[in-house]
Design a protein around this ligand. Structure first.
Ligand code: FEO
Length: 167
């Protein structure tokens, strides 16, 4: 059984993961409008992963006899100045999510809920991967300095992203 506090905080995390999916879908729509279909594909895959993160939390709350309560999802931004700015925003968002997961881990420890603590370890590891993959794209974009040939190549590379069944 989850404590009331943990149930509330895990529900808040579902909302954050659903907002993440919404944000990346919006970034995908921006890239579609810029004719960068590979970048858009990468964002759509990312959005799918975020939905699966929300589902993991949903399932866990139910398994622990908690109650899932869905709240309103905020409106994401719709425009960015460049590909680099978009991915920098994605990194900022992932840093925020990492902080939120770390706070959840601390609460699980305070509440002496070891099952939730173990459950959250998957998210801790996932955040390391997510930040690293966004950082990698940012570094490439910085090196390219908007050179059209390089952007075209990166667009093709990002268009190859497959859905990770583990994430
Ligand atoms: Fe589910 Fe990108 O954090």
């Amino acid at each position: 059984m989850l404590t009331e506090k943990l149930e509330k905080e895990l529900n808040k995390q579902i909302n954050k993961e659903l907002y993440s999916a919404y944000l990346y879908t919006s970034m995908g729509a921006y890239f579609v409008s810029e004719n960068l279909t590979g970048f858009a594909h990468w964002m759509h895959m990312q959005a799918q992963e975020e939905l699966s993160h929300a589902q993991k939390l949903y399932d866990f709350i139910n398994e622990r006899s908690g109650r899932v309560i869905l709240e309103q999802i905020s409106r994401p931004p719709t425009e960015w100045g460049s590909s680099l700015e978009t991915f920098e925003d994605a990194l900022k968002h992932e840093n925020f999510i990492t902080g939120s997961i770390n706070d959840l881990v601390n609460i699980a420890l305070e509440e002496k809920d070891h099952a939730t603590h173990i459950f959250l370890q998957w998210f801790v590891t996932e955040q390391v991967e997510e930040e690293a993959s966004v950082m990698d794209i940012i570094n490439k974009l910085k090196l390219m300095k908007d050179a059209p040939g390089a952007i075209f190549m990166l667009d093709r590379e990002l268009g190859q992203r497959q859905l990770n069944a583990e994430a």
